[in-house]
Structure formats: structure tokens, C-alpha cells
Design a protein around this ligand. Structure first.
Ligand SMILES: Nc1ncnc2c1ncn2[C@@H]1O[C@H](COP(=O)(O)OP(=O)(O)OP(=O)(O)O)[C@@H](O)[C@H]1O
Length: 380
């Protein structure tokens, strides 16, 4: 199973420029999380801080009991081995063929024989759909193949955590969906914890278990996908619909006068961009047929059902609707259209439908370690 990553109060500045402050979230083991955010909000800085390439000013990032913000160089070196990182362009060595690129971490960091290395490299190339391409140079293959080769290389040391920086950059929408499918397929096979940073709305809507968003130097929200996908938070809605109408502006943030002037323009009929307002929760992509069931998804179901009653109403409804009738019975929850029993009614707790700011990590992003899920108080 992948490692849990617990981030608390993480703050990063360059000189007097604060990039983000007080970021607190937990990446549950083996689950796939996506971090969204407008350009320049510090998503890449966040990834680099998680692997200790950049040093945050304050806060913690704890992996298997090691706080990588404060630990010794030796511990940091050891902890980094838990990570596989896929950079935007695959970060391949241009003069090496794919085989040597993928073999590189094994030759650098292990004492494995060339026979063993060959077995691993061919396995990872096969896993990423690159069987037979081992002799190609990075310059001879497409951008999508380069990314897959970067992923193959990220996999050779059996990572517990995989970080992916803008997998869609330079890819068309179809290739972006193929690489998204690959992430879920890999996750199903190795149960690693994934964090993907992107601005790609389709990917954010259909791939992850959890979604977060950075804006105005803060984590706006982080929680189960259904929470952001049904959020009424203006910045989240604007971003997920790719519209001009909202707090995100040309460079980053608009002042209130600009928002008001633009609002008047849109109300007078000017198109705010984006497609029709996309609402609701599209089904999550699944691993390809024949692959194992994602263990992270199974654990997530129990985790989310335990915190269901603390989530906003719309997210609760989406989660309940995504369960099969058998699962609804098992968790004791029913879609709203079903008339609630008295027991279900008395368990109902008021939940704000409009969440501002980060959801409490203790309630949203932590994985319950054991025990049966509580009866679903979200039922009504
Ligand atoms: N090493 C550095 N030194 C100084 N400033 C930096 C450094 N790295 C990043 N920054 C600044 O941090 C801010 C956030 O950059 P980052 O690349 O993390 O944003 P991003 O959200 O990933 O953007 P994009 O989506 O456009 O890739 C930018 O203003 C950038 O100039």
C-alpha cells in the first residue's frame, strides 16, 4: 500500500513573495488526488517542497513518520526513494534510448544485476504501453510517449508515492485521457498514493478520488472529489467551468471593481467563455477491464462514508448516488428521493452546503485505520 502524506501548516516564500501559506491536507494512502490552481499559484513549488527539492519556511510534511521539512539529509535521501516523480516533459536524457533512461535509477541507486534490471525495465515499459519502443531516443517519439517513458522511469524503484506535474501539458484531450487512464491502471496495479497537479478540468472531474485547489496563496479546499465538484465556492465553480466570470482574473486575482464591471458586461450578454455551465458529478474513470480493483478506492469508500455526515449536502447526495444499491444497504444510506425512516431522520445533522476555506483535514482527508464504517448519518 502507498504511503500516507500528512501536510500541516506548510508555508513557502521566496524572499518577500509568499507562494502559499498554512497548507494542511492529508493524502490518503493509495488514493489518487489532484491539486488544481490557476497558473502561478505554486502547484509545482508544492510538489518540489514535498520531495525536499525546495525547503518550506514553516510547517510539516510527514511521510512514514519522517518530517521531510526538518529531517537530516540522510533521512531525506532515504525518504525520497519512496517517491516517483513524473515531470512535465518526462525529463528524459535526450542522448539515451528509452531502455537506458528507464534503467537509469536502477543503475544509480541499486546494485541489481543487468539481468534483473532488464526484467524490471521491460516490465515497466510494458506496463506503460511502450513495449518494443526501448531502442527509441526521446527525440524520436511523441510527447505522450515521452510522458509514458517518464512514468516508466518513475516506477522502477517501486515508489509508494507518485507525483505528477501537469501530465496534460502539450497533449491533446484524447492523449490526456489516455495518460489519465494509465495513472488509474498503474494505481490499480501497485496501490501507490498519487498526487497530480494540473489545470485540466476534464482530468480533475473524472480521475481523482480527492480534489484540492490552491488560490490566493492558500488551499481553498481539499477533500473528496464530490465536495469540490458540487461546491458553490465562486473560485471553485469558476475554475471548473473555465469562465471569465468570477474572482480569477487575467494574471491571478481581480479586484472588486473589476469583478463588478465584468459582471455587468456578462449580464448584458457578453459570453463569459467556457462551455455551458457544467454541473454535477461525472462518473469516475475506472482501471481498464482485467486489471485488479483499486484498493485505494475500496479504502476510500469506507473512509468517506465515515465522514459523510460532515460533508455538504450536495456532496453527500453525489456520494450516496455513486453507491450500488447493495452498498447503500450496507452503509445504511439511501438517496434523498427515498422516504427516510424515522431512525434516518433523527440522525440527520445540519451541514452547510457552502463551504469556505479548507475542509477540516481530520474529517475529510484522513483515512480511518480500522473498524466498520459508522451508520450513514447522511441518510435522510
Ligand atoms: N526557485 C524559485 N525562485 C523564485 N521564485 C520561484 C521559484 N520557483 C517558482 N517561483 C515562483 O513561484 C510562483 C509559483 O510557481 P509555480 O511554477 O509553482 O506555479 P504553478 O502553479 O505550477 O504554475 P503553472 O500552472 O503555470 O505551471 C511563481 O511566481 C514563480 O515565479
Amino acid at each position: 500500500m502507498g504511503a500516507e502524506v500528512v501536510i500541516e501548516g506548510l508555508t513557502k516564500s521566496f524572499g518577500r513573495q509568499t507562494i502559499w501559506r498554512d497548507v494542511t491536507l492529508t493524502l490518503p494512502p493509495g488514493e489518487v488526488s489532484v491539486m488544481l490552481g490557476p497558473s502561478g499559484t505554486g502547484k509545482s513549488v508544492f510538489l518540489k517542497s514535498m520531495i525536499g527539492l525546495l525547503k518550506p519556511d514553516r510547517g510539516k510534511c510527514v511521510i512514514n513518520g519522517v518530517d521531510i521539512v526538518r529531517c537530516s539529509e540522510h533521512k531525506l535521501y532515504e525518504t525520497r526513494k519512496l517517491f516517483g516523480v513524473l515531470f512535465q516533459d518526462g525529463a528524459l536524457f535526450g542522448s539515451m534510448n528509452l531502455y537506458d533512461n528507464v534503467a537509469f535509477p536502477l543503475r544509480e541507486h541499486t546494485k541489481k544485476s543487468e539481468t534483473e534490471i532488464r526484467r524490471i525495465v521491460l516490465e515497466k515499459l510494458e506496463m506503460t504501453g511502450l513495449a518494443g519502443a526501448d531502442k527509441k531516443l526521446p527525440g524520436e517519439i511523441s510527447g505522450g510517449m515521452r510522458k509514458r517513458a517518464g512514468l516508466a522511469r518513475a516506477l522502477v524503484l517501486d515508489p509508494e508515492i507518485i507525483l505528477v506535474d501537469e501530465p496534460d501539458s502539450g497533449l491533446d484531450p484524447v492523449r490526456t485521457t489516455y495518460i489519465s487512464q494509465l495513472f488509474l491502471d498503474v494505481n490499480a496495479q501497485i496501490d501507490a498514493t498519487f498526487l497530480i497537479v494540473t489545470h485540466n478540468i476534464n482530468l480533475a472531474r473524472t480521475v481523482p478520488d480527492n480534489l484540492g485547489m490552491l488560490f490566493r496563496k492558500e488551499l481553498v479546499m481539499f477533500g473528496p472529489r464530490e465536495v469540490l465538484l458540487t461546491s458553490e465556492e465562486p473560485v471553485v465553480k469558476q475554475f471548473l467551468n473555465g469562465r471569465m466570470d468570477g474572482p480569477i482574473g487575467m494574471s491571478e486575482e481581480k479586484d472588486s471593481a473589476t469583478i463588478a464591471a465584468e459582471r455587468a458586461m456578462f449580464e448584458a450578454g457578453h459570453h463569459a467563455g467556457g462551455v455551458e455551465e457544467v454541473v454535477g458529478i461525472p462518473p469516475q474513470m475506472q482501471p481498464a477491464p482485467g486489471l485488479p480493483t483499486r484498493q485505494g478506492a475500496i479504502r476510500r469508500k469506507d473512509r468517506v462514508m465515515k465522514i459523510l455526515h460532515k460533508l455538504p449536502d450536495a456532496a453527500q447526495e453525489g456520494i450516496i448516488a455513486s453507491l450500488s444499491p447493495e452498498e447503500q444497504r450496507r452503509y445504511g444510506v439511501y438517496p434523498r428521493t427515498t422516504t427516510p425512516t424515522w431512525e434516518q431522520t433523527v440522525e440527520t445533522q445540519p451541514v452547510p452546503s457552502h463551504h469556505q476555506g479548507q475542509l477540516p483535514t481530520g474529517e475529510v482527508a484522513r483515512l480511518p485505520r480500522s473498524g466498520r464504517p459508522e451508520q450513514g448519518p447522511g441518510a435522510r
